[in-house]
Design a protein. Structure first.
Length: 542
């Protein structure tokens, strides 16, 4: 059983017997196998207001009940809350006469009100996805690849006692979610911008982005747009201090690999994405609107694409990062076993889907079953398509010759040898002890040059106490501080004690460290790569 399947099975087991909603947590509600029942009550006046202005919040009541995953196992409902309710969707929009999708705002009429610590609830109707699993699997793939992405569960929605059907319970990207993903949210200077259909990071477009979080000051976005539009220096160099390219290419790689053609990088006209800026004005990109992922479209892995994607692809250092990210996307999606997981989710949802009736039953059992089964077929085809794009001869594991892919007419990108992975894992449990432990794979007999630093607006502060940036022979020996060794599984570990400055910062807030590794291969040649790693706040760290 693959990792994602194990997580789903564990979530179903953890739900067990339905318990009162008061005992439920937000994390449990967003488990992959969680199904809750949402009860909305709307007065005749509120119904009439939604019919007239569906995107304006009206007053209603909200309550929620956990379940054991089945319609027969619905637990006690939470006490009704007075909330704001509106309809949502563009091409997926349905009014109250159909399978409507909803936004719930808990503090719209009661100041400061929260539910399970949340300010908002988003309930997607999935009327454009017969499988009803595309979004959950897509967001899981982004999260597995290290792309900040919302959590998902499922909800059976009822309005005034009428069955409105199975909805995706999608975590709303607001300042609560931003704090969970990135640490404390400060406004100003941080922002969450929503990219509308056709809106790209190009001159004159800053005012077209919707500011979902943060104040009405787009200086950070304007600076990013100016940097993208500049002609020199090279794209990667001028993006420093404006964009986390390593994170962005991971998002584009997952978008392309799971055939999310309706995202940022899927076409020259972008759609469904967010831009998040940190306190220093450095942007990351977040996915949205993934119901069209896992499509049978022949989405390629190279241009054409929107402004950031094409500029990256034409820049050899950035394009090399993207090629690495494509391989990592293939690895994490394969480990998810999307075909098997789709079938498990479909089995979970089947008894809830049987409760749906026309006009709120968009798909029949045969259509749902065929769409869910198609996920595994599409995932297998994407692996073969990527192998062809990379010039590998055969799909991974087939033993074919690995070639350098030609990714543009301007450059042929170098490909890392199969034995060298650029993935870096941090032992977060050691952070509480003041130790930084990074693990990666390098060939025996190589040498590694390691450094970790905290980037500030003025300088780079070393993350490790004592000497840093030393060379280590990969031979299973420890030497100095930082130290190195080869673990039993062949993975190379670099260890250092965090500097007092970093320990003080981590005791108060999260940090993003930059890790630079240069590997001298046994047969000669150097390969250098840099990764940004987010370290969570470690309370009590001295």
């Amino acid at each position: 059983m693959r990792a994602a399947s194990i997580l789903l099975a564990a979530a179903l087991l953890a739900l067990g017997t339905a318990s009162p909603a008061a005992a439920l947590t937000a994390a449990e509600m967003y488990e992959p196998g969680a199904v809750v029942v949402v009860d909305l009550q709307l007065s005749p006046a509120s119904v009439a207001a939604l019919e007239a202005e569906p995107e304006e919040y009206v007053e209603g009541t909200f309550s929620l009940a956990p379940t054991d995953g089945t319609p027969a196992g619905v637990g006690a409902f939470s006490a009704p809350l007075t909330v704001g309710i509106r309809l949502k969707g563009e091409s997926s929009f349905r009014d109250l006469g159909g399978k409507a999708a909803f936004k719930v705002k808990f503090a719209e009429f009661v100041k400061g009100q929260r539910f399970l610590g949340l300010k908002n609830l988003t309930l997607n109707n999935m009327v454009q996805d017969p499988s009803m699993v595309h979004e959950a699997l897509a967001y899981a793939a982004f999260r597995a690849a290290g792309v900040p992405a919302p959590r998902t569960g499922y909800a059976d929605v009822r309005v005034n006692g009428e069955e409105f059907g199975v909805h995706l319970n999608l975590e709303t990207l607001d300042d609560i979610a931003m704090e969970r993903l990135f640490g404390s949210f400060e406004t100003p200077p941080q922002h969450l911008y929503e990219g509308q259909a056709g809106v790209d990071v190009v001159p004159g477009a800053a005012g077209q982005f919707e500011i979902d979080e943060g104040e009405d000051d787009s200086a950070d976005l304007e600076a990013l747009i100016d940097a993208v539009a500049a002609s020199s220096p090279g794209f990667s160099e001028r993006m420093q201090g404006h964009a986390d390219l390593e994170e962005m290419v991971r998002m584009w790689a997952v978008e392309r690999y799971i055939s999310h053609w309706d995202g940022y990088s899927g076409h020259q006209v972008p759609n469904n994405y967010y831009l998040f800026s940190d306190p220093l004005g450095v942007f990351q990109m977040l996915p949205s609107g993934t119901d069209q992922a896992w499509s049978a479209s022949s989405l390629g892995f190279g241009p054409p694409g929107p402004a950031l994607f094409e500029a990256c692809f034409a820049d050899p250092p950035c394009a090399s990062l993207y090629i690495d990210a494509l391989r990592e996307a293939r690895d994490v999606v394969t480990a998810m076993d999307p075909g098997s997981t789709a079938q498990q989710l479909a089995t979970l949802l089947a008894p809830w889907q049987q409760l749906e009736v026309a006009p709120r039953k968009p798909f029949g059992p045969a259509e749902i079953g065929a769409a869910a089964a198609g996920v595994g077929v599409i995932a297998a085809k994407r692996s073969a398509s990527l192998a062809k794009f990379l010039g590998e001869g055969e799909a991974p594991g087939g033993g074919g010759e690995r070639k350098d892919p030609v990714v543009s007419g301007r450059a042929t990108l170098p490909v890392a040898p199969p034995a060298l992975s650029r993935r870096i894992d941090v032992d977060r449990a050691k952070l509480g002890l003041g130790l930084f432990v990074a693990r990666l794979e390098v060939p025996p007999g190589a040498r590694a040059h390691f450094n970790a630093y905290l980037a500030t607006a003025r300088d780079r502060l070393p993350a490790c106490k004592g000497s840093a940036g030393l060379w280590f022979r990969i031979a299973g020996l420890k030497s100095g501080t930082p130290s190195s060794s080869v673990d039993g599984d062949g993975r190379f570990s670099l260890r250092c004690r965090l500097s007092p400055t970093v320990r003080r910062h981590l005791a108060a807030r999260w940090l993003r460290l930059r890790i630079v590794v240069t590997v001298e291969l046994p047969g000669g040649g150097l390969q250098t790569f840099e990764r940004a790693i987010r370290l969570p706040r470690t309370a009590g760290l001295l």
